[in-house]
Design a protein. Structure first.
Length: 116
């Protein structure tokens, strides 16, 4: 059974930094694309960043230049370094991973709160 677990969320002041982690396990198939999404209260879940198995990143315009996505394939772990955080970055951040069969899995989310 595939498990996807996010960690690293918390409360930070505007301008601060946080590093999120996403650990995926429970499958013999390697994960292809790994993604971060976020959902603010009362809003839809939005794409934040993704990274392919070869390490090619892609970002939402709202986080370009501030967030950096990376992954460790040997550990099936993905990271999101978030710098220069803004109050509008406040949301629950979710990890979404896709395995070699094309099946996707969500994590339970981790709360990020940025105070002004």
């Amino acid at each position: 059974q595939v498990q996807v677990v996010e960690s690293g969320g918390g409360l930070v002041q505007a301008g601060g930094s946080l590093r999120l982690s996403c650990a995926a396990s429970g499958t013999i198939f390697s994960f292809t694309t790994m993604n971060w999404y976020r959902q603010a209260p009362g809003k839809q879940r939005d794409f934040v960043a993704r990274i392919t198995s070869s390490g090619s990143p892609n970002y939402a315009d709202s986080v370009k230049g501030r967030f950096t996505i990376s992954r460790d394939n040997a550990k099936n772990t993905m990271y999101l370094q978030m710098n220069s955080l803004k109050p509008e970055d406040t949301a629950v951040y979710y990890c979404y991973v896709i395995n070699g069969l094309g099946r996707g899995y969500w994590g339970q989310g981790t709360q990020v709160t940025v105070s002004s």
